[in-house]
Design a binder for this molecule. Structure first.
Ligand code: NDP
Length: 343
């Protein structure tokens, strides 16, 4: 019998999550029944949306149950199969959660071809975060050559891809990131035209001034990942007919930074007078466009025009601490946990 180790939600966080909200449990891995496979997890993706699932308020997705395994997408190797089309040794991606092993129905799994790209890119640039970036830039903002686009969390899993797609479309791209090292990476490696360090900005007014210097003709498209003083600085700089894709607001997820804002009448007035379109989106509503995403982004990846950075932590037991750090910007690139060895 294989021992599986899993991280469970021990209690719901009040504000920022703490170590007490998580619990490591060891249990026996059941054998697969008909239509199921048993999996050995290799990579676990950590994503900011998981913070929302730890709460039980109304949302677009079901909350994780207290005592349940933390949800999440992984890359895994099939170690036993009773499902047609899946054999021992296949590499798959699916929602196993934060665990070293899982036995589950095979119909929610997608097989990966390790010869095409490193398998963990299915959790990043060629997976959900990449698809999120493409959806915001292409489908919602509709970024066009010559336009000025601002991306917050500019070096993160979503932001880095969004910025590079906008650049490949011929836009002027301005990033907002936390610290000089991330900003240098944004301009020197990801190809952003400029990057503003939000730690160097005291408030939304300072951010607005820095953005107006970088975007003197206004911001045509804003890819919203963070909220807080970045949003407060962007709104007054929106150009006529500007578009905002609201993807996330990680600065506010733990209930912090609520004072980093501007009055709603100013937001409303800008939307009205500048005819700004603001659209929130959830990537799972757009999966039918996955092939269109791959047709634009996979060639950029294969040709080396689109690059990415991974922030890898070893060991499932370190997932809670890594997750908590990611929510405050400790990560530098796509946050991954190396759970097991390569196949
Ligand atoms: P990232 O890799 O970008 O990690 C989160 C980043 O947020 C941190 O690295 C940090 O970057 C930034 N951040 C944290 N706190 C603050 C703060 N107070 N002010 C400014 N920036 C902060 O995560 P992802 O790329 O996975 O996700 C980016 C956003 O996209 C999140 O809001 C996420 O919820 C959202 N998302 C939405 C989806 C959808 O369907 N709508 C799907 C997937 C993701 P830095 O150090 O540069 O500030």
């Amino acid at each position: 019998m294989t021992n599986a180790r899993s991280i469970h939600l021990a209690s719901r966080p009040k504000g920022a999550p703490t170590a007490e909200n998580f619990r490591l449990e060891v249990h026996d891995l059941p054998d697969p029944s008909d239509g199921e496979v048993s999996l050995r997890v290799i990579w676990l993706s950590l994503d900011p949306y998981m913070r929302g699932r730890m709460d039980d308020g109304p949302s677009y997705a079901e909350p994780i149950k207290v005592d349940g395994v933390m949800g999440g997408q992984t890359v895994a190797e099939v170690i036993a199969s009773k499902a047609d089309g899946f054999a021992t040794g296949d590499i798959v991606t699916g929602m196993t959660g934060w665990t070293t092993h899982a036995t589950m129905p095979a119909d929610g799994l997608r097989k990966l071809n390790p010869d095409q790209a490193p398998v963990q890119t299915s959790l990043g640039v060629l997976g959900m975060p990449g698809m999120t970036a493409w959806t915001g830039i292409s489908e919602l903002i509709g970024a066009k050559e010559g336009e000025t686009i601002v991306i917050s969390a500019a070096t993160g899993a979503v932001g880095a891809v969004a910025g590079q797609i906008a650049k490949a479309r011929g836009c002027r791209v301005i990033g907002v990131a936390g610290g000089p090292e991330k900003c240098s990476f944004a301009t020197d490696t990801l190809g952003y035209d400029a990057c503003i360090d939000h730690y160097a900005m005291d408030d939304g007014k300072a951010m607005a001034k820095a953005l107006s210097e970088q975007a003197p003709n206004g911001i045509d498209g804003y890819f919203e990942n963070v909220g807080g003083k970045t949003t407060a600085g962007v709104i007054p700089n929106m150009a006529l007919n500007g578009r905002i894709a609201v993807c996330g607001m990680v600065a506010w997820y733990n209930g912090a930074n609520m004072d980093q804002t501007i009055p709603l009448p100013l937001v409303w007035r800008t939307i009205l007078t500048k005819r700004v379109t603001v659209r929130g989106f959830i990537v799972s509503d757009h999966w039918d466009r996955f092939d269109a995403f791959l047709s634009e982004v996979a060639p950029l990846v294969q040709s080396g025009k689109l690059t990415w950075r991974e922030d890898v932590t070893e060991g499932l037991e370190n997932a809670p601490e890594t997750f908590m750090g990611m929510l405050t910007g400790d990560n530098f690139g796509k946050t991954l946990i190396r759970v097991g060895d390569d196949a």
